[in-house]
Design a protein around this ligand. Structure first.
Ligand SMILES: [Zn+2]
Length: 334
């Protein structure tokens, strides 16, 4: 008969073994709940060299200039849709609509764009799924031949968002996912995706698709409602015209960002006497301090920029495509 010999572990090996097992359990636990404590994050960064936060600047190559023919022509409408956003870019017969205002603005926008003789929207961009940006997208999809739709790959539970998805599927269309650095042509212009977050963020504004447009020598930056978080994540080229982020809120348009892009002209889409107190006086001051000319839709109405790729002109006219204001006016007089 052999007696089972009890193996006694050396205390140091035992404690190492216990720490090792405990560590493995911790890591498995963290993977299961998908959340690493800071110490683990640091360990991952040190050993794998993968940044786990976005503080590292990412540089995106943009096209500075494009070759335009002598009859090239660019028109950009920054529509007065009240406290909302909608910009139409027409470049040599091709069209891109960035956002379509609030729900109430959709029909007015569709009517106006049709009156310009436009039947097809080549690129329809919903910068992020907030109502003041995607509200009128369903009206655009239902009234025009839409070639391509760009939206960040995130969802929200609102009926506005559902309306957009239904309009897209009823027309047999689909959303094209875009990534930072993607480019596409618009007439003689080149568009570059400068920022987009396709994962859920603390705020949908952070998902905003930001587009840089180069047309001849002129450059434009359309910020959607991107915020300082997005501005800090990338390095930015200087631009001629800035469509200011988040209606001039002070959560966007940092001094550091402005010192990189140095826009000659800045455009703020904002409703008069809005409840958010947009634009922030600080942002307007920051823009003026770097010598930028500021145009606000609440002050000058719809803004039309025209360019031949060598210079640009700005005209303003009091066309109001703000469905909310029209409704308010009507109910007042009725
Ligand atoms: Zn907005």
């Amino acid at each position: 008969m052999t007696r089972k010999r009890k193996v006694k572990m050396h205390p140091q090996i035992k404690s190492f073994f216990l720490t090792f097992v405990f560590g493995i359990i911790l890591i498995i636990g963290a993977i299961i709940i998908n959340q690493f404590p800071d110490e683990v994050n640091n360990l991952i960064e040190e050993n794998l060299n993968i940044p786990t936060n976005s503080s590292n600047l990412i540089s995106v190559n943009t096209v500075d200039t494009t070759v335009v023919s002598s009859d090239s022509k660019l028109q950009i409408y920054f529509f007065d849709v009240g406290q909302a956003d909608s910009s139409l870019v027409i470049a040599d017969g091709q069209t891109m609509l960035i956002d379509a205002g609030n729900n109430e603005d959709g029909k007015l926008l569709a009517k106006y764009i049709k009156a310009l003789g436009i039947k097809k929207i080549d690129y329809l961009v919903g910068t992020h799924p907030h109502e003041d940006h995607i509200g009128g997208l369903d009206d655009i999809i239902n009234n025009f031949k839409v070639e391509k739709i760009y939206m960040p790959d995130v969802t929200t539970t609102t009926s506005t968002f559902q309306d957009v998805l239904e309009a897209i599927s009823s027309k047999g269309l689909s959303i094209t996912r875009c990534e930072v650095g993607n480019t596409f042509g618009l007439g003689d212009g080149i568009c570059t995706i400068m920022s987009v977050e396709n994962e859920e963020q603390s705020d949908l504004n952070l998902n905003s698709i930001v587009i840089h447009l180069a047309y001849g020598d002129e450059t434009f930056l359309f910020m959607g409602d991107a915020e300082k978080y997005n501005e800090d994540k990338y390095s930015w080229p200087d631009v001629n015209v800035l469509k200011v982020g988040h209606h001039g809120s002070d959560t966007s348009t940092s001094e550091k960002f402005l010192n990189s892009i140095k826009p000659e002209t800045s455009i703020i889409s904002v409703g008069s006497n809005n409840t958010y107190s947009h634009p922030s006086p600080d942002v307007v001051e920051r823009l003026k301090n770097i010598g930028s000319d500021v145009y606000r839709t609440d002050e000058v109405g719809t803004i039309l920029l025209t360019s031949d790729g060598k210079s640009y002109n700005i005209q303003t006219f009091m066309t109001k495509l703000d469905g909310n204001a029209t409704t308010a006016k009507k109910s007042k007089t009725e």
